[in-house]
Design a binder for this molecule. Structure first.
Ligand code: ATP
Ligand code: MG
Length: 564
């Protein structure tokens, strides 16, 4: 491609972008924003997306997954059948056609594919079957501010597998796991896989593929001694016995006046104890029911764990008005004693050994001291409800946990019969009996992967593409197009490279050398051929974008060198 007529609108600076990948993709002329979280992929980005997609296709095809393409526009009925029309939340884009029929723009396609397969595949003889697509997804994300890392319209590879039994699901899951390792390795990413929560898709057994990067919104708990890693939403807590008992001498419950004390730190100062001797009470709405959750003062409640313990599909913190309605107090004064309504009270396992609890009195500006579980209130259930912290023990080996930030590029799930149950997806087994499909689903953010690669592969000058997914293999630069010898040699090399099937971007613009080199650094094609003043001696420069190393070579050798 000749750069003179190529659409590569580079910019010296951008104001709006925070993430490095977002900045560089804008500056290097790969993307333009059309609306918040909605982008045009310019020709360079489109080439990278195609290459990532090709790698994905090769790895999917290798494990016997078949490509199809489902629509973005899907009837609401399918989502009503699964129940997700109401539970998916505000990220689901809903719309109506001219006849007032309701539709959604697919954020994922379990419903559509389950509907397809329940009609098209009726016998165990066709199973297992794995289908995938590379397709545009829509999610009305709350914070679409990170460029392609979190779009409201983005490209995903989503695969779905259908099985007659669990063992078959386990096998395909393992194949997918390996395919994902291959895909992200081939894309040049440094990544890890972590145990994860299955979110609104549901089911047990899931891994997220995380690219380690400061740009990540996900926190991963990593053990410093063994290879344990988990999303912090999921990381289990091993009970630390030494921290789980406070003062043994139990006094009668006592209500005390605590004016203007709203936080655990204020209460700790007021009572002159550490926050770890106190109990924090929060109110959550779990599947529309209020649930009180208690953790030690220095711990944080983990919503995902609360949701999972309650076997619920939604869980969020109650707002102030709801808290007042349920408890009669404002958020800083809650506790399990004298709750107005009978509600579920969950307590973190670290509180099990607490002889006496100092807690809010469900009355503004009052707390109880020496409340005793079983005497003054009842806990419905003790469980692991808090979020792991740096310095906690590794649940596997007892080593020390530290955190790392990551970008989730892929996610594999064992769905089980969640969708086949809801949508009556059945087949006939060998005995002619009707059975539910057992399902798995497997996603990769194609556009997010592109961005994640930029997060990991760049320097001050710009992007440095790994060869496998670079928009072009070679950047040919004629330093001075006005110089006839340089121009002629560059034109000849361009033709030779094209003829040899090398993907080449030819900077034939009548620009100054400085501008060309700056743009070339920004765009980040790994190999660069510079045709400059030594063209008179048939000599050119071959330079690596990554190492900056360059060598002078005879122009006649260039094809052999490039193809090597
Ligand atoms: P996140 O927690 O980052 O929102 P998710 O758990 O919602 O991700 P999945 O539903 O598992 O994501 O979707 C499969 C894959 O699609 C993800 O692993 C990710 O790579 C990609 N993806 C999800 N949401 C977005 C988005 N808003 N923009 C770009 N890619 C996305
Ligand atoms: Mg999401």
């Amino acid at each position: 491609m000749r750069q003179k007529t190529a659409l590569i609108p580079t910019l010296r600076s951008v104001a709006e972008a925070e993430m490095i990948s977002h900045q560089l993709l804008l500056r290097a002329g790969f993307i333009r924003q059309v609306a918040a979280g909605v982008y045009t992929y310019l020709p360079l980005a489109q080439r990278v997306l195609n290459k990532i997609s090709t790698i994905v296709r090769e790895e999917m095809d290798r494990i016997g997954s078949q490509e199809l393409l489902m629509p973005a526009l899907n009837p609401a009925e399918l989502w009503q059948e699964s129940g997700r029309y109401d539970t998916y939340g505000p990220e689901l884009v809903k719309l109506q056609d001219r006849h007032d029929r309701r539709f959604i723009l697919g954020p994922t396609h379990e419903e559509t594919i389950t509907d397809l397969v329940r009609n098209a595949v009726n016998t165990y003889k066709k199973l297992p079957m794995t289908l995938y697509q590379i397709q545009t997804k829509f999610r009305d994300e709350k914070r679409p501010r990170s460029g392609l890392l979190r779009g409201r319209e983005f490209i995903m590879k989503d695969a779905y597998s259908f099985h007659a039994d669990r063992e078959s699901l386990d096998e395909i899951y393992q194949d997918m796991y390996q395919a994902y390792v291959n895909i992200f390795t081939r894309c040049g990413l440094e990544f890890g896989s972590v145990e994860a929560d299955s979110g609104s898709i549901g089911g047990k057994g899931t891994h997220e593929f995380m690219v380690f990067s400061e740009a990540g919104e996900d926190k991963i708990a990593i053990c410093t001694s063994c290879d344990y890693s988990a999303n912090i939403e999921m990381a289990e807590i091993v009970i630390d016995e030494t921290s789980s008992a406070n003062d043994e001498t139990v006094a009668p419950i006592e209500k005390i006046h605590t004016p203007n004390i709203k936080t655990i730190d204020q209460l700790a100062t007021f009572l002159q104890v550490g926050p770890n001797a106190l109990v924090k009470t929060l109110l959550f709405i779990v599947d529309e029911q209020p649930v009180m959750v208690l953790v030690r003062g220095d711990h944080e409640v983990n919503e995902v764990k609360v949701k999972n313990i309650m076997e619920a599909s939604t869980c969020f913190m109650a707002d102030e008005q709801t808290i007042r309605n349920v408890t009669g107090a404002s958020p800083g004064s809650l506790g399990p004693v004298n709750v107005k309504e009978k509600i579920t009270i969950l307590a973190d396992q670290a509180l099990r050994g607490f002889a006496q609890w100092h807690i809010g009195a469900n009355q503004d500006d009052y707390h109880f001291l020496h409340a005793v579980e079983g005497r003054d209130f009842e806990v419905s259930k003790y469980a692991d409800l808090r979020t792991i912290e740096e310095g906690d023990k590794c649940p596997r080996c007892g080593g020390i946990i530290r955190f790392q930030k990551g970008v989730e590029v892929g996610h594999i799930f064992k769905l089980g019969t969640k969708y086949s149950d809801a949508m009556k997806g059945t087949f006939l087994d060998a005995n002619g009996r009707e059975q539910m499909y057992i399902m798995g689903c497997y996603g990769i953010g194609i556009s997010r992967t592109l961005s994640a690669v930029v997060e990991q592969h760049h320097d001050e000058g710009g992007i440095i593409w790994p060869e496998a997914i670079s928009p072009y293999a070679v950047h040919l630069i004629a330093v001075n197009m006005k110089d006839e010898t340089q121009r002629n040699l560059a034109e000849k090399l361009y033709k030779d490279l094209l003829h040899a099937g090398v993907e080449v971007l030819f900077d034939d613009r009548p620009e100054r050398a400085g501008v060309k080199f700056k743009d070339a650094d920004l765009i980040g094609i790994p190999k660069r051929i510079v045709v400059g003043s030594k063209a008179t001696e048939n000599l050119i420069e071959l330079k690596s974008r990554r190492s900056g190393e360059s060598q002078e070579v005879n122009a006649d050798q260039i094809l052999t060198l490039i193809q090597k």
